[in-house]
Design a protein around this ligand. Structure first.
Ligand code: NDP
Length: 347
């Protein structure tokens, strides 16, 4: 089995790469520059430059035919494509199009590429979408205790997506419109491969990629560090943000299983470990790291800051079809915070 993986150097991409390699699959990792390929190779020294792992550089995933060369592997053709590349760093963009264009066009380009140059071998394309494509996250109060399934879609409009006053909504919209474009492509094109999408909420958890400086932390883990590990004991708790979370190891496992299990085809999987509130995050950090006592808001330990009617999600299909299990909150946050404190010491 051979897999083309985009965004391979990202927080989630590196977890997927690691698990694909442990399953003995051969991977071509797509990154944006030679230096990113070199850095990623150093994370996987035993696999790099063997038939298990090679690299393709695609500086601009929105360019027409961007993936055509990378998708060709005559000696050992691809049977699976995993597309994770999409901008999520809120601080790194100057306008909403910088979210929307790479998300939507990158998704379309990769599907076109598979159709045009790899349709004789590729059986399945997997896309890392988001719970942002599922839920009306901008209106959490009005959706009450709704339990979301893969049948739900965020009602965010294109007009809202272009509202320059709201980068967060633009990111959410980028995921919705990108995933929508993928399913539309599948309906309209008669292709011989199927599609699987994953809709994880906030992904918190350990880093598999190299982070030399905490300035470079990915968006979701950056939230834990910046709001919960650099504050004060008596500060207000941060807002809850997204009420649901998942661990990158479980999300990566879902991707690998979906590459291997035929019944996963044409499904949209919510990968969520469950609800988490700001109070619980603080409680776990304060309980496990005495050194954080002065810098993690205390709040009211043992309570939850989620509203009484808080939305949730049904991850049963991922459990039943993909065999996904979920790390406990404590395992997720303790392993992350340990690493963050270590990076802090050496950076
Ligand atoms: P990272 O920022 O760590 O990784 C993003 C990856 O996408 C990197 O490889 C990055 O490459 C690439 N990328 C970003 N912007 C572009 C662009 N304009 N063109 C080409 N490649 C680009 O984030 P995550 O690992 O968290 O995100 C991976 C995927 O998971 C994304 O699709 C994201 O939407 C999705 N997701 C993440 C969640 C989370 O909480 N982390 C939750 C739900 C979904 P480079 O290093 O060159 O910038």
């Amino acid at each position: 089995s051979r897999v083309l993986l985009t965004g391979a150097n990202g927080f989630i991409g590196t977890h997927i790469l690691s698990q694909l390699l442990s399953h003995g699959l051969s991977v071509r990792a797509v990154v944006r520059s030679r230096s990113k390929a070199t850095a990623l190779a150093s994370t996987f020294p035993t696999a790099a430059d063997t038939p298990s792992l090679d690299f393709a550089i695609i500086p601009d995933i929105t360019a027409p035919h961007a993936f055509d060369t990378a998708l060709q592997s005559p000696q050992h053709p691809f049977d699976t494509v995993i597309h994770t590349a999409s901008p999520f760093l809120l601080r790194a963009v100057n306008n909403n199009r910088e979210f929307l264009d790479p998300a939507i066009q990158g998704t379309t380009r990769i599907l076109e590429g598979v159709r045009d140059v790899a349709s004789s071998s590729v059986k399945r394309v997997l896309i890392t979408s988001s719970f942002a494509a599922v839920a009306d996250l901008a209106n959490a109060a009005s959706i009450g205790a709704k339990v979301h399934t893969g049948a739900d879609w965020n009602p965010v409009t294109w007009e809202q997506a272009l509202d320059e006053a709201n980068r967060g909504v633009a990111y959410q919209a980028s995921k919705k419109f990108a995933e929508e474009a993928a399913w539309k492509f599948m309906r309209e094109e008669k292709v011989g491969f199927d599609l699987v999408t994953f809709c994880p909420p906030m992904v918190y958890g350990p880093l598999q990629h190299e982070v030399k400086s905490l300035k470079d932390l990915n968006e979701s883990n950056g939230r834990i560090y910046n709001l919960f590990m650099r504050s004060k004991e008596d500060a207000d708790l941060p807002p809850n943000g997204v009420y649901l979370y998942t661990d990158p190891r479980d999300l990566a496992f879902a991707h690998v299983q979906a590459a291997l299990i035929p019944e996963a085809g044409n499904k949209r999987f919510i990968i969520s470990a469950g609800q988490i509130s700001s109070q619980e995050i603080s409680d776990i950090l304060r309980k496990n790291f005495p050194e954080l006592a002065g810098r993690t808001p205390k709040g009211n330990p043992g309570t939850s800051t989620l509203p009484e009617k808080a939305y949730s999600a049904d991850a049963t299909p991922a459990v039943e079809i993909l065999g996904v299990g979920f790390h406990k909150k404590e395992e997720t946050l303790v392993s992350l915070a340990k690493q963050l404190l270590e990076v802090e010491r050496v950076q």
